[in-house]
Design a protein around this ligand. Sequence first.
Ligand code: NAP
Length: 307
Amino acid sequence: MTAPVYNRVALIGLGLIASSMFWAIKRGGLANEVTGYARSEATRETARRIGLCDEVCDSAADAVRDADLVVLCVPVGAMASVAADIAPHLKPGATVSDVGSVKRAVIDAVGPHLPETVHFIPAHPLAGTEHSGPESGFAELFDNRFTLLVPVDGTEPAATSQLRALWEGMGANVEEMDADHHDLVLAVTSHAPHLIAYTMVGVADDLRRVTDSEVIKYSAAGFRDFTRIAASDPTMWRDVFLNNKEATLEILGRFTEELFALQRAIRTGDGDQLFDYFTHTRAIRRGIIEAGQDTAAPDFGRSGKKT
Ligand code: NAP
């Protein structure tokens, strides 16, 4: 146990990320008190039943009052209205952060609502599962995963260091990044792959010559990974694509060109091109394992992982 990093933390939105933050904060003794708010009565009731947050409030205003850190844990498209709701109730000197998967759009949506008396430090934990809601969180979600902090111009370094200490206390490796660069990197590593997974599952579903039961019964690792990714929350992912339009379209354009090149190699029987391509991509996989961001266990170590 370390000394608390903040006295009072408020989590707005009580889904996978907020609930994982709560359990990780408790595990590390990182705050004296955590308040929470979710828009629906059903989520607030579930949170109270499972002991998620020290106090679940019936309004966002009550949850953020006196909070030293407020974290917006709602879908990207909902950030602006939540920021407008809480703005008049923020304590001067407090830090406001978020966990949204897109950064430029969140900065543009949230920033204008916040008073000058608070620090605004957007963040993005690169950790998640396909599950959502208050019961899906667990304390280990951020362990050894990256969290990217995206401080806006003029942010006080002390406020950034404090937020960094919280994320490190929750088990994350923390780095700082510029918002536009973040959105491009994430388009490559997360957003475009999700769209491809959604598409592949959609294609299998359309292919009526292969029955549903065959798709399920013979689902090999490749397709199973796609179905897991394509089971992710529809609201969250709709908002990601609507708010990271430019970078996602750029990456999808490149993806389509590569796909056509491979398609042509298959059509013309160019085995050398296919072999060289796959040799190159295999090396990238090795790099990810060496960086400690995945396991070399067969089947992606799936049986031993909560996700
Ligand atoms: P989640 O489990 O679906 O929970 C979302 C929460 O936001 C719920 O409490 C929900 O309230 C609330 N909410 C939804 N729409 C809202 C609206 N229009 N106004 C106010 N509140 C609203 O989501 P999550 O996976 O924790 O994701 C939260 C954020 O983290 C998103 O911005 C996402 O991009 C980001 N993120 C997600 C992942 C991931 O893998 N899941 C990873 C990194 C970052 P109700 O329950 O009352 O409906």
